[in-house]
Write a protein that binds this ligand. Structure first.
Ligand code: SF4
Length: 165
């Protein structure tokens, strides 16, 4: 049976969600409850129920994009869908950025969450902290961590050098 994904919205071309022009998927649903969250309409359990394959096909049929950003909502609360989506998109060579409220240590401690981001290039990880809010950029607040899974060309960074970053 096709794996489904609850999606809040997609945008074919965005210049405001990472490097270059990017396809953006906002996953639906988040239970992390960061005070001051700027996207509360993505928290509920609704959203469009789509197959992961359908969303990936839409990405691969979009011309003129440099990469894909998956945001939310909380993409890692649907880890199987995120994992499959990244695996389907990755062979195209498009860079994949995942924004999550989970901290890197939480992801690394959970095999299902780790697997969900194994085909991403960069994860921006950590709860939004309104006191540390940033006016620009992707992080939202300065406590959130840029975590490079690959060197940006889909080559994995070795575990040793990953930890040194
Ligand atoms: S993880 Fe993201 S969507 Fe969820 S409450 Fe925090 S800022 Fe909002």
């Amino acid at each position: 049976m096709a794996l489904t994904w609850r999606v809040h919205a997609t945008l074919s071309r965005s210049a405001a969600n990472g490097p270059g022009t990017r396809f953006v998927v906002w996953a639906q649903g988040c239970t992390l409850g960061c005070p001051g969250c700027f996207n509360p309409e993505t928290h509920g359990a609704g959203g469009d129920v789509r197959t992961v394959e359908e969303v990936a096909r839409e990405v691969l049929a979009t011309s003129g994009i440099d990469g894909v950003t998956v945001s939310g909502g909380e993409p890692l609360e649907q880890p199987a869908a995120l994992r499959e989506f990244c695996a389907l998109v990755r062979p195209s060579g498009l860079g994949i950025v995942v924004l999550t409220g989970f901290a890197r240590r939480e992801i690394e401690a959970d095999p299902e969450l780790s697997a969900a981001v194994e085909s991403a290039d960069t994860v921006i990880a950590g709860r939004f902290n309104a006191r540390l809010r940033l006016g620009a950029g992707l992080r939202g607040s300065s406590n959130k961590e840029y975590w490079a899974i690959t060197d940006g060309t889909h080559r994995p960074i070795s575990r040793t050098s990953r930890r040194a970053r």
